[in-house]
Write a protein that binds this ligand. Structure first.
Ligand code: CMX
Length: 138
């Protein structure tokens, strides 16, 4: 499976407003969007850096994936998303290679993109996301 770039890095934060201020202060970046994804129980903020985004993740429910992550680990890097051209094909390929999928089929994530996660238990403790990037379609 080919990946063209890191689509985004997800960072779990306790307070979205404070975290946005910090990234704006350090790098002079501007947050271009805040989006709530209710089925994931998160509120996200985005920064663009070249082809890659930073996605800040604030939990809206302590029982959600980010709430549970912060409770256990505190704030920090939560996942890394790799851009792929065809997500359905990529999922079939990684499953055939023996990696455990969290999402067997593409689903809609932030910014309307098709995404799927691989289970960190089968990928060395790192939560990996595959993200279909329409801009790399040939
Ligand atoms: N990175 C690495 N390991 C993680 C992890 C993460 N982000 N989140 C959970 N884990 C580990 C836990 O540490 C735990 O490990 P141990 O068994 O060694 O203690 C194990 O996974 C189970 O964790 P849990 O807290 O009991 O949580 P669940 O099993 O209920 O869920 C997971 C874990 C990864 C399946 C779930 O968090 C998930 O489905 N994640 C994908 C969706 C997601 O993260 N959504 C938020 C972002 C959405 C977006 O950006 O669009």
């Amino acid at each position: 499976m080919a990946t063209s770039h890191i689509e985004h890095i997800g960072i779990a934060v306790k307070n979205l407003k404070e975290a946005i201020k910090m990234y704006e202060c350090i790098f002079g970046l501007s947050c271009y969007k805040i989006e709530e994804i209710s089925d994931q129980k998160i509120r996200t903020a985005f920064f663009q850096i070249g082809q890659t985004k930073i996605e800040l993740l604030e939990s809206t429910d302590p029982e959600g994936p980010v709430g549970k992550f912060i409770e256990k680990n505190g704030e920090g890097v939560h996942h890394i998303a790799f851009a792929v051209e065809n997500l359905a094909d990529a999922l079939k390929e990684v499953e055939a290679k023996g990696f455990q999928l969290i999402d067997k089929h593409p689903r809609q994530g932030a910014e309307g993109l098709n995404i799927a996660f691989l289970h960190p238990k089968s990928t060395g403790g790192v939560l990996l996301e595959l993200c279909e990037d329409p801009s790399i379609k040939k």
